[in-house]
Design a protein around this ligand. Structure first.
Ligand code: NAD
Ligand code: IPM
Ligand code: MN
Length: 386
C-alpha cells in the first residue's frame, strides 16, 4: 500500500525544524517496510502561503489535503502576521479543519517516559501516573460563530463572537470520547468539562452528554465538572482527571496546553484531528483522513535556533501511521524509540533532553537518536512479521 502525504508549513516558525524530524522518522519507517511507501508532497500554508500568494490556505493546498491519505502539519502563526494584520494564518487552519470536517481533536497528555518526572515543573509525586486524553470538539463553538470586529465598518466600538452548539455536534463528539474511553486498556472514565453555571451552550452540552452516554454507553462512568476548577485540579491533583477529558473547542484548546505541564513541556504533545473516532488497526480498520500536528504553536521565541523539541511532531507522525494508515506496529515502534531516547541511562535509555526539558540537545541531535533507535526496533518489528 502506498500513501500520499501532504506536508504544510510556515516560515518564522519552529515548524520546518520539527516537521523535518518527523519526516525523517516516516522515511525511516518507509525504508524499512514493505507495506508502506511514503509519497510526500509539501504545500504552502499559513504565513508562508500569505507571503507567497497572499492567502493562508491556497486552493491548491486545500485540494492536495483533500486528496491525501493524511496530512502532517507543523504549526502556523507568528509575529510577522500578528493579530492586527489584515490577512492572518490562523483562519487558514480553521478553514482547513472545517472543510475537511475534522470535528474530533484527540490530544493525549499522558505520553511520558517515567524519566520525565525529573523535568516536570510539578512535584514528581503530583505528576506521577497521570493518564489523560483530551477530546476537544474542533469545528464548533466560539471559533466558528459569527463575529464582529470592532475595526470593521460599521465600527460601533463593540466586538462580538457568537458561541453556538447544536445537539448533533455535541452528540458526535461525545461518541468519539466514548469510543476512546471504551477502547482504552483498561477502559477509561469520561470527565465532561463545561461552564454550565453561566453558558447556555454548556447547559445543552451537559444535558446532551448525559443523554448520549446514559442511552448509548451505559457501561461508561462519567461526570461533569466546571472548567475553572478543572484548571486548578489539573495541576494540583491531575490524577483525579485520569480518563477522557471531553470538552468544547475553546476550553479544549486551553486545557490541552495546560495538560502539557504534567509531562513537562508543550513541545512533547501530539494531536490528531479526525472526522470521527480513530479506529484501531485491525481486520475492520477504516482508514480516516486526519490532520496531525503537535499541540504547540510556531514558538517564535525559539524559532530558527535549532533547539525546539521535535517530539510532539514525531509522536503526531506515529498517530498518523496508526489512525490514517492502519500501521500500528511502526507507530508503536516510533513511540518506543522516543521513550528510549527520553529514558534515563539507569533505565536503559539515553536520557536526551532538549532545552525546554532542561537539556542541551538540539532538535537535529534528538531526531538523529530517535531515527537510530527506531531503525533497530524496526528490524525486530519487520523480522517478527516474516
Ligand atoms: P507557542 O505554542 O508557539 O509557544 C508557547 C511557548 O512554548 C513558547 O515559549 C515556546 O518557545 C514554547 N514551545 C512551543 N513549542 C515548543 C517546542 N516544540 N519545543 C520547545 N518549546 C516550545 O504559543 P504562542 O507563543 O502563544 O503562539 C505563537 C504562534 O503560534 C501564534 O501565532 C499562534 O496563533 C500560533 N499557534 C499555532 C498553532 C497551530 O498551528 N496548531 C498552535 C498554537 C499556536
Ligand atoms: C491549536 C491552536 C489553534 C487553535 C490556533 C492556531 C487557531 O492554538 O491548534 O491549539 O486555537 O485551535
Ligand atoms: Mn492551542
Amino acid at each position: 500500500e502506498s500513501a500520499g502525504l501532504t506536508w504544510v508549513e510556515a516560515n518564522i516558525s519552529v515548524c520546518p525544524e520539527v516537521v523535518a524530524q518527523a519526516v525523517r522518522v516516516l522515511e525511516t519507517v518507509s525504508a524499512a517496510s514493505k507495506d508502506f511507501e511514503l509519497k510526500l508532497e509539501e504545500h504552502p500554508f499559513g504565513g508562508a502561503a500569505i507571503d507567497a500568494v497572499g492567502e493562508p490556505l491556497p486552493a491548491s493546498t486545500l485540494k492536495a489535503c483533500q486528496e491525501a491519505d493524511a496530512i502532517l502539519m507543523g504549526s502556523i502563526g507568528g509575529p510577522k502576521w500578528g493579530v492586527d494584520a489584515k490577512v492572518r494564518p490562523e483562519p487558514g487552519l480553521l478553514t482547513l479543519r472545517k472543510t475537511l470536517g475534522l470535528y474530533a481533536n484527540i490530544r493525549p497528555a499522558s505520553f511520558a517516559s517515567e524519566s520525565l518526572l525529573e523535568n516536570t515543573p510539578l512535584r514528581p509525586e503530583i505528576a506521577k501516573d497521570v493518564d489523560m486524553i483530551v477530546v476537544r470538539e474542533l469545528i464548533g463553538g466560539l471559533y466558528f460563530g459569527k463575529r464582529k470586529e470592532a475595526n470593521v465598518e460599521p465600527d460601533i466600538g463593540t466586538a462580538w463572537d457568537n458561541m453556538i452548539y447544536s445537539e448533533e455536534e455535541i452528540q458526535r463528539i461525545t461518541r468519539v470520547a466514548a469510543q476512546i474511553a471504551l477502547t482504552s486498556n483498561p477502559p477509561m472514565e469520561i470527565h465532561s468539562i463545561d461552564k454550565a453555571n453561566v453558558l447556555a451552550c454548556s447547559r445543552l452540552w451537559r444535558k446532551t452528554v448525559t443523554e448520549t452516554l446514559t442511552k448509548e454507553y451505559p457501561q461508561i462512568k462519567f461526570d461533569h465538572q466546571l472548567v475553572d476548577s478543572t484548571a486548578m485540579v489539573m495541576v494540583a491533583n491531575p490524577r483525579k482527571l485520569n480518563g477522557v477529558i471531553l470538552t468544547e473547542n475553546l476550553f479544549g484548546d486551553i486545557l490541552s496546553d495546560q495538560s502539557s505541564v504534567i509531562p513537562g513541556s508543550l513541545g512533547l504533545l501530539p494531536s490528531a484531528s479526525m472526522n470521527g473516532a480513530p479506529s484501531q488497526p485491525s481486520e475492520d480498520f477504516k482508514p480516516t483522513l486526519g490532520l496531525y500536528e503537535p499541540i504547540h504553536g510556531s514558538a517564535p521565541d525559539i524559532a530558527g535556533k535549532g533547539i525546539a523539541n521535535p517530539i510532539g511532531t514525531i509522536l503526531s507522525a506515529a498517530m498518523l501511521l496508526r489512525y490514517s494508515l492502519g500501521l500500528a506496529k511502526p507507530a508503536t515502534a516510533i513511540e518506543d524509540a522516543v521513550r528510549k531516547v527520553l529514558d534515563l541511562e539507569k533505565d536503559g535509555g539515553y536520557g536526551l533532553r532538549t532545552a525546554d526539558l532542561g537539556g542541551n540537545v538540539c532538535t537535529v541531535e534528538l531526531g538523529d537518536k530517535v531515527v537510530e533507535v527506531l531503525k533497530k526496533i524496526l528490524v525486530e518489528v519487520y523480522f517478527e512479521c516474516i
